[in-house]
Design a protein around this ligand. Structure first.
Ligand code: PLP
Length: 395
């Protein structure tokens, strides 16, 4: 056995993998599995985006680009921030990376020292704590319950901040809950953060465009522009344009922090893929109708799934504000079936009725499951029918 670094031993393999691996194994054995575990849109990347990458390939754009992204993609990102978010950035405030996840990784590597604390509201996106741990920092989880709409309050944030706090993650709309913060709620958090000038804010806007209802998207710097000089705005094309495999994410933020993130990237992956950058540019500059169409499909499915889940005994589900996830509490179901943990419940659901879900404990919220509705209405109806069957089996 080779002796491994302390660093790698600090982190856990994703608990979601256990369910995905079991689902794959059951499928290989010929079982009919309905997968509601996907973290990506089920739609294909829109044609004009694919064509832009094909054109770039034909033009021979197959070489290194600047580490921080092509001049023209960065210009498209600057236009996007201005158009959608009312934010003004210069090119030296923008870094393009190989997916939103790399932007977050670069940020943590560039900002955090051992002993630093990172405030992470739960339910959280699975990777925040592990990326913080890899940087030697300590995740400080602040839990928001279903009763609170899965949103933390200013008082909770204040209580979590210590002299060691360097970074706070905000993710709205959220993976896994679909909950979005209102302008008022963000203002409350901003008031707390204003009192702690050493704390950097990471606003992960990855699901900005998958927002239901009539209220426009807002992030913390929209309600508190004075915090912009210590906020990193994280976004990417993965979810909005169904481009998860292309691996393009980007960050806008303070010059010296972006330069430091670029330095980390220059010694790890260098530039993101040249032709994927051309595709991302077409996505950001092109017709946005595709985004609207995907969003309304997700909104329609959200209603269908949440209504279906709430009609099942032992499941209580909030209507998400956006994303393609909802995050029902399933403690009633666990009790009825005499199952102790959400991990055991997801295993049994897979085994007994062939429905794959991700356990809430993967997101720091035991007693829940994440349901992805990035799949067809037929599959969703089938999953609901099977969940009803499971309840019938155990009552
Ligand atoms: N942030 C959130 C909240 C996400 O859900 C994801 C993907 O699941 C990412 C960032 C990273 O996206 P990417 O696939 O671009 O790395």
């Amino acid at each position: 056995e080779i002796e491994l670094s302390d660093r790698v031993q600090r982190i856990q393999p994703s608990p979601t993998l256990a369910v995905s691996a079991l689902a794959a194994q059951l499928r290989a054995e010929g079982r009919d599995i309905v997968g509601l575990g996907a973290g990506e849109p089920d739609f294909d990347t829109p044609e004009h985006i694919k064509q832009a990458a094909v054109d770039a390939l034909a033009r021979g754009e197959t070489k290194y680009t600047p580490v921080d992204g092509t001049v023209s993609l960065k210009a498209a990102i600057i236009r996007k921030f201005d158009r959608d978010n009312g934010l003004t950035f210069t090119p030296d405030q923008i870094l393009v990376s190989s997916g939103g996840k790399q932007s977050i990784f670069n940020l943590c590597q560039a900002l955090l020292n051992p002993g630093d604390e990172v405030v992470i509201p739960a339910p959280y996106w699975v990777s925040y704590p592990d990326i913080a741990l890899l940087a030697g920092a300590r995740p400080v989880v602040v839990s928001a319950e279903q009763e609170a709409g899965f949103r933390i309050t200013g008082a909770q944030l204040e209580a979590a901040i210590t002299p060691n706090t360097r970074l706070v993650f905000l993710n709205s709309p959220s993976n896994p809950t679909g909950a979005a913060y209102s302008a008022e709620q963000l203002t409350e958090l901003a008031e707390v953060l204003r009192r702690h000038p050493r704390v950097v804010i990471a606003t992960d806007d990855m699901y900005e465009h998958i927002l239901f209802g009539s209220k426009p998207f807002v992030n913390i710097v929209n309600v508190a522009p004075d915090l912009l000089d210590r906020t990193v705005v994280l976004n990417g094309v993965s979810k909005a344009y169904a481009m998860t495999g292309w691996r393009i994410g980007y960050a806008g933020g303070p010059k010296n922090l972006i330069a430091a993130m670029k330095k980390i990237q220059s010694q790890s992956t260098s530039n993101p893929t040249s032709i994927a950058q051309a595709g991302a540019e077409a996505a950001l500059d092109g017709d946005q109708d595709c985004v609207v169409a995907m969003c309304s499909a997700f909104a329609e499915r959200a209603r269908r799934v949440v209504d279906g889940l709430n009609a099942i005994n032992g499941i209580e589900c909030l209507m998400p504000d956006g994303t393609f996830y909802c995050f029902p509490r399933v403690t009633g179901l666990m009790q009825a079936a005499d199952i102790d943990t959400d991990v055991a419940l997801t295993k049994q659901l897979l085994d007994e009725v062939g429905v794959a879900l991700v356990p809430g404990s993967a997101f720091g919220a035991p007693g829940h499951v994440r349901v992805s509705f990035a799949t067809s209405v037929d599959q969703l109806d089938k999953a609901l029918e099977r969940l009803r069957q499971f309840v019938a089996n155990h009552s």
